[in-house]
Write a protein that binds this ligand. Structure first.
Ligand code: HEC
Ligand code: HEC
Ligand code: HEC
Ligand code: HEC
Ligand code: HEC
Length: 316
């Protein structure tokens, strides 16, 4: 800086240039952080919904599963917002006079859907898909936070490119068994809470080649899986709650039915063995996220981080 303020006649002009430069840089920094600020990204903001729907009451309180309302999350790009009929399964009988449910009754009477305000909304030039994330072991809570504790829905993460890339750079730290996708409190294996996984030794959809349990398979664990035969899995209607839910979409032929107990009661066992059970000895024990994540990345056939970061993955 010394020569900027020397005796040369240009000193003032140069100082001016330096100053302008500094202002431009400062503006840039300000704009950049503004673009990333929650004010612009709407991160954490509660939308003013027509009905103050509470996930906490319906999920944590009543024990409803996410897919009772978001019926397509496992097998389509979009998770879907439930139609009024889903609400009326209960609210034609419960809280029938509550004023805050008036828009629901209106919607039911007129056939006009409730105008929910979108909380998450990626720009159109970004390609995003739920099915692949959910079937490759990314839990709802990893992206959406503790939805079961939200009285009013808000966006936990910014959904900005950097946020997506942060995981695509190193998916291992976020992978969990697909049986734990809906577990809002999942925190990864530790020495105190290990996870055991075994290969089911079959082809077919990647995620189903692995079975993971959270109790020691060597101690007569009732959670022990039965090998699945090929073909469509019957969706377990009991875990879907009240009958007649959703918008009547039939489950697709490749439906993976990720309910925690989906592997039980499917009524079919692998014909190669008497019982169909995977031998306890086949299970590997995991006590760290790094080890489990690495194993799952391999078995779910997750692409290499450099492939997952290429522009065409999200901008097609
Ligand atoms: C009883 C039905 C019901 C259940 C069960 C339910 N949801 Fe929702 N969900 C809704 C409705 C209605 C909305 C739209 C209103 C709102 O945003 O709160 C919504 C909105 C959302 C949104 C934001 C959508 C947007 O606009 O971007 C997310 C994310 C979401 N739910 C995740 C979950 C998860 C995760 C679970 C399970 C832990 C779950 N939901 C269980 C009914 C349900
Ligand atoms: C499985 C039954 C069931 C379904 C399906 C259901 N609700 Fe509810 N809802 C309840 C019950 C029970 C309560 C009372 C909860 C309480 O007070 O603990 C309730 C309460 C509410 C309330 C009062 C505020 C609150 O959360 O306590 C609103 C608003 C509401 N529901 C909206 C909806 C909407 C909108 C839908 C459809 C997307 C829906 N509900 C679907 C059972 C259901
Ligand atoms: C890898 C991150 C990620 C995971 C995992 C994830 N979501 Fe989403 N979710 C998103 C993004 C991003 C959007 C916004 C999509 C858009 O705007 O097109 C979204 C939107 C939604 C919506 C709004 C409606 C729609 O389909 O766009 C619902 C409801 C929802 N998610 C529920 C769930 C549920 C339930 C799960 C777990 C089974 C889940 N999400 C898992 C990132 C994720
Ligand atoms: C917590 C981790 C995580 C986050 C956050 C995440 N992803 Fe992914 N994404 C994955 C994994 C794992 C895969 C599966 C890779 C594979 O199968 O090779 C994937 C795959 C994809 C694919 C490939 C789909 C296909 O059919 O080829 C797209 C597109 C994608 N992600 C978009 C996004 C976008 C957009 C965001 C941010 C809004 C996002 N992801 C955030 C982990 C994540
Ligand atoms: C994992 C998904 C993903 C990948 C891979 C990805 N992007 Fe993006 N990109 C996004 C998302 C999400 C947004 C929207 C951000 C927002 O809403 O502000 C975005 C926005 C953009 C924008 C708009 C300006 C901005 O920064 O908001 C540009 C330009 C862009 N991306 C270029 C690229 C290029 C070039 C590559 C390859 C080097 C790339 N992206 C790779 C997800 C991705």
């Amino acid at each position: 800086m010394a020569q900027v303020f020397d005796r040369s006649s240009n000193a003032l002009a140069r100082a001016g240039l330096v100053l302008t430069g500094l202002i431009v840089v400062a503006l840039g920094v300000a704009l950049n952080s503004l673009q990333r600020s929650p004010w612009v990204t709407k991160q954490g903001q509660r939308a003013d919904q027509p009905v103050p729907f509470s996930h906490r009451h319906h999920v944590e309180g009543l024990g409803l599963q996410c897919q009772y309302c978001h019926t397509s999350v496992e097998r389509a790009g979009y998770a879907g917002i439930p139609p009024t009929k889903t609400c009326m399964n209960c609210h034609s009988q419960i809280w029938t006079n509550a004023a805050m449910l008036e828009p629901v009754r209106q919607s039911w009477a007129t056939g006009q859907s409730i105008k929910w305000i979108r909380v998450h909304d990626l720009p159109d030039y970004v390609y995003y898909n739920h099915e692949i994330h959910v079937n490759k072991g990314i839990g709802c809570a990893t992206c959406h936070g503790r939805v079961d504790e939200m009285p009013i829905m808000y966006m936990e993460n910014s959904l900005q490119m950097e946020w997506c890339l942060n995981c695509h750079r190193n998916p291992v730290k976020n992978l969990r068994p697909t049986s734990e996708i809906y577990n809002m409190a999942w925190s990864g294996p530790t020495t105190d809470k290990p996870v055991w996984c075994a290969e089911t030794g079959k082809g077919g959809p990647t995620a189903q080649q692995v079975n993971c349990v959270t109790k020691d398979p060597k101690q007569g664990n009732p959670e022990l899986a039965f090998l699945q035969t090929e073909g469509p899995l019957p969706r377990d209607s009991s875990t879907n709650g009240v009958a007649g839910a959703g918008n009547g979409q039939a489950s697709s032929s490749t439906g993976t039915s990720l309910q925690p107990n989906a592997l039980h009661g499917a009524g079919e066992t692998y014909s190669d063995t008497q019982t169909g059970a995977i031998l306890p000895a086949a299970y590997t024990k995991f006590t760290s996220q790094q080890a489990l994540g690495t194993y799952l990345a391999d078995h779910y056939r997750i692409r290499r981080p450099n492939e997952l970061q290429s522009c065409e993955v999200c901008h097609r």
